[in-house]
Ligand binder design. Structure first.
Ligand code: NAD
Length: 291
């Protein structure tokens, strides 16, 4: 049994923390939203009233927060995780943030003898609920080995991809691929509907051929039924397109499709769809096609 502090019990963090409770670990959860903490307590976790309470005494601290500013504030600022973590603690940041944040955390943690992994995930809410996430991990091999038994409880594909920051770099590539796929799927859906073809049959047969993909399998229902409850919010995908675009720019790597996809995600937000699931990229294609 490991004493785990889990910070960020949202769409992803809640089921992930729940799996660790079920695996028999002592999980103390903290979130700004009281109801989220209470839900974890109802599943057998412990409710922390403060960040300090979640971190103090934890052997492993896991963070699952929206974006860079949240991770910076929760981990790096005075009174944050690094203020309260004991030497030897393993901090696993599973949020999707810039590789630069992972490097900043590692630099601040090293003198405190706090070990750090960046371990963002792919697979969406369904992947979190089913403990079938793909987890891409950056950091020291020994720390990865120590974290592996916990990560295996959350994901079905858990891979050490390189040193600190490498996990976030791979996640940025993931988000580029997903955005372009989603946009292509949305365009195909609008095209097929306009052509008068039965959409369900069309997606069935497309899913069995080379056009088949996890994006198609997981997102077709949302597009077929116009059910855009999140899931993965367009606001978060916008953040991720910023991360991949900026990282590629710094490397001098052009991302022509990525740049276009980023603009389409930005347009979705500008049209008020930021709080919807990213399958709502369909709405942008419909707007372009005149409804
Ligand atoms: P979410 O907004 O549902 O959850 C984030 C949680 O963090 C919220 O409950 C919020 O109250 C909490 N929080 C924010 N600031 C805090 C603070 N200072 N202290 C304590 N708690 C705080 O987001 P999510 O969908 O669970 O995503 C979390 C991360 O995982 C993001 O980086 C996202 O990009 C990534 N991700 C999401 C999905 C998905 O399908 N939702 C899939 C893969 C990766």
């Amino acid at each position: 049994m490991t004493a785990i502090g889990f910070v960020g019990l949202g769409i992803m963090g809640a089921p992930m923390a729940g799996h660790l409770v079920k695996a028999g670990h002592a999980v103390t959860g903290y979130d700004l939203v009281d109801a989220a903490v209470e839900r974890l307590a109802a599943q057998g976790g412990r409710a922390a009233e403060s960040l300090a309470e979640a971190v103090t005494g934890a052997e492993v601290v896991i963070t699952m927060l929206p974006a860079d500013p949240h991770v910076r504030s929760v981990v790096l600022e005075e009174g944050g995780v690094l203020t309260h973590a004991a030497p030897g603690t393993l901090l696993i940041d599973m949020s999707s943030v810039t590789p630069g944040i992972a490097l900043e955390i590692a630099a601040a943690a090293a003198p405190l003898d706090v070990r750090v992994l960046d371990a963002p995930v792919s697979g969406g809410e369904a992947g979190a609920v089913e403990a079938a996430l793909s987890i891409m991990v950056g950091g020291e091999a020994a720390d990865f080995a120590a974290a592996r038994p916990l990560l295996d409880r959350l994901g079905s594909t858990v891979v050490h991809v390189g040193p600190t920051g490498a996990g976030q770099t791979v996640k940025a590539a993931n988000q580029l691929i997903v955005a372009v796929h989603l946009q292509a799927l949305a365009e195909a859906v609008v095209f097929l509907r306009r052509a008068g073809v039965d959409l369900g049959s069309a997606l069935d047969v497309l899913g069995g051929g080379l056009a088949g993909s996890t994006v198609l399998a997981r997102k077709r229902a949302a597009m077929e039924h116009h059910d855009f409850r999140p899931g993965f919010r367009i606001d978060l995908h916008h953040k991720d397109m910023g991360i991949v675009t900026e990282a590629a720019r710094a490397l001098g790597v052009p991302l022509p499709l990525g740049a276009l996809a980023a603009q389409l995600v930005a347009s979705a937000r500008a049209n008020g769809d930021g709080g919807l699931d990213h399958a709502a990229l369909l709405r942008g294609v419909e707007r372009l096609a005149g409804g």
